[in-house]
Structures are given as structure tokens and as C-alpha cells.
Design a protein around this ligand. Structure first.
Ligand code: HEM
Length: 431
């Protein structure tokens, strides 16, 4: 079963002796009972992790929003004291690419965010629709052909993974011929080093760094009508400098692909296991599909936790009802969005997958925190929703007879506390 973390909701006393192991496959598959127990103890709890460190996990909905809007929770990663000097090319590349706005606080963040918001306009995002439709249609046709040939296909491999990478390729204005490379490098830098051939992860970091450096130079010479060209064009006087552009390209790639991949994979799974909801979406059209997407975001939050925060001082959280928690200064804090989105104090029947709630509750459920909250609220939420709105109906229209070819309770999930989604999603069918 799932190991219960050692928690101390009210202070420093530690009651439960086992540490939380995020790599435990049972935990990865279904972390929700654990989060529910944690939340029952208090809206934030200090947990021992299997790697010997401690972290504060915020599981309450109200407190999640409180933390994400509070500048005393910093996004700047702790100083790299004691880490090896960035003396290898791969470490230097990684250091450059990680200097992006999700790792900054105000006022740096405010400036970077303003510049990127100016480029990421609704008009520019909406203009991607025909391209996303074409990319999806091609992938679905290919998946259909594989289904007909092999009798089964993995929807993660054939659909949920490639589509977001291709769409980010559009955002960055990357030539189609380069997108396979982008896909490979992105996959590698997101993988544990020991899961790949020696040197593969390092090689991917240096390749991405070199590629984006060259991309910026190319956009300067010959700007396109893509979003990244707009950022490059506005660089210079008061705009992004070259290092910031580089980190922004990497952030868009990284923030945009794995999250959307998990949204598409979890949505496919939930619709395959809830045929009545699939039928309702097919019958009722776009508003119902949009409600499905929102409910997947809430019920199967693709970003299970935010990026790590660190307290700049002692913070008293959610006081008032006798359930207040004191988090000391310099503590590691993770806002568990997946847990906040199932807080029964805010969402009635939180464990039920019920897209209909969005059409009947006057917008209450739409205040889920799957895209975060506060100054770092997801820059790509409109794009992610557009991708889902296009891709899900096309997938189920193109592969109408498919059925799940695995036990949903035994699927393999990505380990860790940060992202969540099935790693493979085999379907069979009569395409
Ligand atoms: C930030 C979720 C898709 C770009 C965030 C955050 C969340 C999130 C929760 C805040 C993280 C934190 O506070 O630590 C999601 C989900 C997505 C998605 C669930 C898909 C279902 C995208 C896409 C893009 C994108 C498609 C871009 C193309 C960003 C950026 C940030 C961000 C740039 C950093 C914003 C800042 O620091 O101000 N996202 N995201 N995201 N997201 Fe998304």
C-alpha cells in the first residue's frame, strides 16, 4: 500500500514514522487517499520524504490560494551552495536554461511576465487553431492506421505526447524538420539520468542550449509571425536580454508540453472509463467538451504540485478556525494542486468525475487551481484549453470504436509529486 508520511500538522511533533516515497508506484497511481488523510490533519503538514529531507505539503484549497498569492513564499531556488561548480558544458547549459521566470520573484518576475504576456496575446493563441487542427488530424489518422494494422495503439505515444510538442514548435516558430529533435531532447532532459544511456541527458541539455541560441539568431535575421519571434523583436531596449530569451524558450517548451500531455492522456482515460460522459460530450458539443476539460484539470490535475516554494520568513497559514499552521522560515513548501482541487470543503463530492458540475454551479468549480494562482498563474492556460478543445473531439471522432486495452486501476503513472498522468494508454479497436 501507500506509505503515510510523517506529519506534524500543528508543529514539530512527528507522529507517523514512515516517510513518503513519491517513487512508490502505488502512490503514483493513486495519491488521493494519502492527500485526503493529510488534509484531514490540517491544511498544511510537514512530511518526511524518503530521500531524507522534509517538506511542507499544502493540501487545503483555501490555503493553496493563500500561499500562491503570498510573496513570503519565494520561487527562487535556494543558492547552489555545495553543488558542483558549473564547469561542464552540460551543467552550464542547464544553469542558463533554468534562469526562467518561474524561478524568479517580483520585481524580476513582474518585468519578465509583462513582456511575455505582451507576446502571448489571445489573438496570437487563437490564430493557432487551424495548425492545431491539422496536426491533430494527422496524428489521429496515423493512430488509426496503426490501430488497423496492429490491433492496438498507445494513445500517449501516438497522440498525447507528440501533439503538445508539435504545438510548442508552432509557438516557438521551429521548422517542422527540427521538431523530432526537439521532442527527443525534451524527453531526455525530463527523464531521470539513470533511465537513459550514459551521457544522453547531458547531451540533450547542451543540444537544447545550442539549438535555442541558434534559433534566437535566426529569428533576429528573419522573424516569423510566431510568438517567439515577437519576443525576440521586442528584446533590447527594456525587453528580454539574450539570456532571458534563451530561458524563456526553454520554459515555454517545458511548461507547455508535459502538462498538456498529461491533460490529454488523463482526459482520454477518463472518457474511456466514463462512456456516459463521452456520449454527453458527443451529443451536446463544445460547451460540454469544455466542461470535460475543466473537470479533468480539477479531477486529474496534470501538474500535481507547483514548483517548490521557500519561506522567506515564518508564516502563519490559514489561522482563525483553530486549524492554523505555522511554517518556519527557510522551509521547502509544495502546494499540492491535485489535493487542493479535491478539497471537500470547496468541491462537493470531490472524487467524482462529473463534468456536469461546471454547467450547473454558477462557475464555482471553474475556480480550480490546476493552472495555479497568483502572479505565476499559467501563462499558457488559453493555449492548453484550445488544444484540448480541438484534440479531444477529433480523437474520439477519428477513433470512434476504441476501447481501453488495460485495467485502469493497474496503469503505470509518472512517479514524483510534480506531474501526474498515465505513462501508457493502450487502446484497441475497430477504427
Ligand atoms: C505556469 C499549469 C500548459 C506556460 C504554470 C503553473 C501551473 C501551470 C500550475 C504555475 C506553477 C507554479 O506556480 O509553480 C499548466 C497546466 C497546463 C499548462 C495544467 C496544461 C494542461 C501550459 C502551456 C504553456 C504554459 C501550453 C505555454 C505554451 C507556462 C508558463 C508558466 C506556467 C510560461 C510560468 C508563469 C510564470 O512564472 O509567471 N502552468 N500549464 N503552460 N505555465 Fe502552464
Amino acid at each position: 500500500g501507500v506509505t503515510v508520511g510523517r506529519t506534524a500538522a500543528m508543529g514539530e511533533d512527528e507522529r507517523v514514522p514512515d516517510a513518503l516515497n513519491p517513487a512508490d508506484p502505488a502512490f503514483a497511481r493513486d495519491p488521493y487517499p494519502y492527500y485526503a488523510r493529510l488534509r484531514a490533519e490540517g491544511p498544511a503538514a510537514r512530511v518526511a520524504l524518503a530521500n531524507g529531507t522534509h517538506a511542507w505539503l499544502v493540501t487545503g484549497y483555501r490555503q493553496a490560494r493563500e500561499v500562491l498569492a503570498d510573496p513570503r513564499f519565494s520561487n527562487v531556488p535556494p543558492r547552489a551552495a555545495g553543488r558542483p561548480k558549473p564547469d561542464s558544458p552540460a551543467q552550464r547549459a542547464r544553469g542558463c536554461l533554468a534562469r526562467h521566470m518561474l524561478n524568479t520573484d517580483a520585481p524580476d518576475h513582474t518585468r519578465l511576465r509583462r513582456l511575455s504576456t505582451a507576446a502571448f496575446t489571445p489573438r496570437r493563441v487563437d490564430a493557432l487553431r487551424p495548425r492545431i487542427e491539422r496536426l491533430t488530424a494527422d496524428l489521429v489518422a496515423e493512430a488509426g492506421a496503426r490501430l488497423a494494422r496492429d490491433g492496438s495503439v498507445d494513445l500517449v505515444d501516438a497522440f498525447a505526447f507528440p501533439l503538445p510538442v508539435l504545438v510548442i514548435g508552432e509557438v516557438l516558430g521551429v521548422p517542422e524538420a527540427d521538431r523530432a529533435d526537439l521532442r527527443t531532447w525534451t524527453y531526455r532532459v525530463g527523464s531521470p539520468a539513470d533511465a537513459l544511456a550514459p551521457g544522453a541527458v547531458d547531451e540533450a541539455w547542451t543540444s537544447l542550449h545550442a539549438y535555442f541560441t541558434e534559433l534566437i539568431a535566426r529569428k533576429r535575421r528573419a522573424p516569423g509571425d510566431d510568438l517567439f519571434s515577437a519576443l525576440v523583436r521586442d528584446a533590447g531596449e527594456g525587453g528580454l536580454d539574450d539570456g532571458e530569451l534563451l530561458a524563456m524558450a526553454f520554459l515555454l517548451l517545458f511548461a507547455g508540453y508535459e502538462t498538456t500531455m498529461n491533460l490529454l492522456a488523463s482526459a482520454s482515460l477518463l472518457l474511456l472509463t466514463h462512456p456516459e460522459e463521452l456520449a454527453a460530450a458527443r451529443r451536446e458539443g463544445p460547451d460540454r467538451w469544455a466542461a470535460v476539460t475543466e473537470e479533468v484539470l480539477r479531477h486529474a490535475s496534470p501538474l500535481e504540485g507547483t514548483t517548490w516554494r521557500r519561506t522567506t520568513e515564518r508564516v502563519e497559514l490559514g489561522g482563525g478556525l483553530g486549524r492554523g499552521v505555522v511554517i518556519p522560515a527557510d522551509a521547502s513548501v509544495l502546494v499540492v494542486l491535485a489535493a487542493a482541487n479535491r478539497d471537500p470543503e470547496y468541491f462537493p463530492a470531490p472524487d467524482a468525475f462529473r463534468p456536469g458540475r461546471y454547467l450547473s454551479d454558477g462557475g464555482r468549480a471553474a475556480a480550480h487551481v490546476a493552472f495555479g494562482h497568483g502572479p505565476h498563474f499559467c501563462l499558457g492556460s488559453r493555449l492548453a484549453r484550445l488544444e484540448a478543445a480541438i484534440a479531444l473531439p477529433l480523437l474520439f471522432a477519428g477513433l470512434p470504436g476504441m476501447t481501453l486495452a488495460a485495467d485502469p486501476a493497474a496503469l503505470d503513472y509518472r512517479p514524483g509529486l510534480l506531474v501526474r498522468g498515465p505513462r501508457v494508454l493502450p487502446v484497441r479497436g475497430t477504427a
